[in-house]
Design a binder for this molecule. Structure first.
Ligand code: ATP
Ligand code: MG
Length: 394
């Protein structure tokens, strides 16, 4: 049985995940992480953030509640966090604080786990565990269990203070957003692309979103969904932007001048060309898509290669090896699934042939494209793009 959450605390101790393994660059990552932490809360919520050895401490100026929890879950770079009591680094203070923590919880077995952040403290971890454990036994005599104890009182002793806490909450993991540079994510209103963008945020990328729409040839439903998805993903980064690009007229040119079975590959080559130019304008070093091998006609290896040849910027496809069901589970966990399954019309479906080519060769595509003025068509779309700021929706 897990002990219930103690809602009194407003000091939270956060432990770094993968960052703890970083070498000389560690400081840069941690600085970014703590900036992101501050930016993810309204200005008055945080009284203080302190960088401690191997961990960070944040003091909130409000009580612990679900909103703090939700916002902390949106800061990539922490392995776990714990609402903690702070006390003086003395055995007496540890004993009374531990008893204070335990007295508010119900448990039928317990253990104490102590760590010293500084070796100067005159008692080693075993000694701290023994002394605090026996104080807890005096409070309530229950069996001590090394594995699966109901209550695990954790103690971390630093130079000028100690932390006592009973809960360790799994955080979002990953690397701090911004530490890996900027990327441009092609965001449809579908299930896959928001998951792909989130995976890259989790690897430390600041994501700029790009959505192609075919208004006025189609309704605004796809565009509205893309906006809603971007608002959700904006929880994980600051200063989110989305570019909306009108593709309908270009699609009409393609369908008028090129073989119908090739239009899907042609659409996508143009989407990539436009995306590459917008990526460069926005200092993005790669494109991100939600493609998964073999999922639809445009995602066969041949078509992926033929589409890729239109540009030179790297295209990252974080979902390439996942099954649809695995992607759906990730979307549910991320919280984007319900929006993604709302009905819409994606621009790729406009003037869609009944049997699109699954193995378009570069030669037949080049021949088809010779009927088009590629630069003028791309310029026209780019000229009519809209750039919008996206506010995170909580
Ligand atoms: P999704 O669920 O992400 O829409 P999908 O399986 O429907 O993916 P496609 O429609 O072939 O696959 O799209 C593949 C990828 O191309 C998407 O994951 C996304 O990155 C990009 N894409 C598709 N449509 C758009 C769009 N309208 N605007 C921007 N990017 C798009
Ligand atoms: Mg789609």
């Amino acid at each position: 049985m897990r002990p219930p959450v103690n809602h009194d605390h407003c000091t939270v101790l956060l432990h770094y995940g993968e960052l703890a393994l970083k070498g000389r660059n560690k400081h840069r990552f941690i600085r970014q992480l703590l900036l992101n932490l501050r930016d993810n809360f309204p200005a008055n919520d945080i009284a203080k953030i302190e960088r401690l050895e191997g961990r960070a401490m944040v003091k909130f100026s409000r009580p612990w509640d679900d909103e703090l929890h939700t916002r902390l879950q949106c800061v990539y770079g922490f392995a776990d966090y714990s609402p903690a009591h702070v006390c003086a680094p003395t055995l007496d203070a540890l004993k009374s604080t531990a008893c204070d923590v335990a007295s508010k919880l119900s448990y039928e077995s317990m253990r104490v786990t102590a760590r010293r952040g500084v070796k100067k403290f005159p008692y080693d971890s075993m000694e701290i565990q023994r002394v605090v454990g026996s104080a807890l036994m005096d409070l309530r005599p229950v069996p001590v269990k090394m594995k699966h104890a109901d209550l695990n009182v954790r103690i971390e002793v630093m130079e000028d203070r100690a932390f006592v806490f009973a809960e360790k909450i799994k955080a979002a993991g990953g690397l701090p957003v911004g530490s890996s540079g900027r990327v441009l994510a092609l965001l449809s209103g579908g299930i896959d692309s928001p998951v792909a963008a989130a995976r890259m945020q989790r690897r430390g990328c600041q994501v700029v979103f790009l959505h192609f729409h075919s208004q006025p040839y189609q309704s605004s439903a796809g565009r509205d969904k893309a906006m809603a998805l971007a608002q959700h993903l904006a929880r994980y980064q600051v200063h989110t932007k989305i570019i909306l690009a009108p593709l309908g007229d270009l699609q009409r040119e393609i369908i008028t001048h090129c073989p119908h079975k090739l239009v899907v590959v042609l659409y996508r080559r143009f989407m990539f060309r436009i995306a590459e130019r917008l990526a460069k304008q926005n200092r993005c070093k790669a494109l991100i898509t939600g493609e998964s091998l073999g999922q639809v006609a445009s995602q066969t290896l041949t078509n992926i290669q033929t589409i890729n040849e239109a540009i030179s910027l790297p295209v990252l496809r974080p979902l390439i090896g996942f099954d649809k069901l695995e992607i759906i589970n990730q979307a549910i966990q991320l919280g984007t699934y319900d929006t993604s399954i709302q009905p819409d019309q994606d621009c790729c479906q406009l003037f869609m042939p009944t049997s699109p080519e699954t193995h378009a060769s570069i030669d037949e595509i080049m021949e088809a494209e010779s009927a088009l003025n590629i630069k003028v068509l791309c310029d026209d779309v780019i000229k009519r793009t809209e750039l919008l700021s996206v506010e995170a929706c909580w």
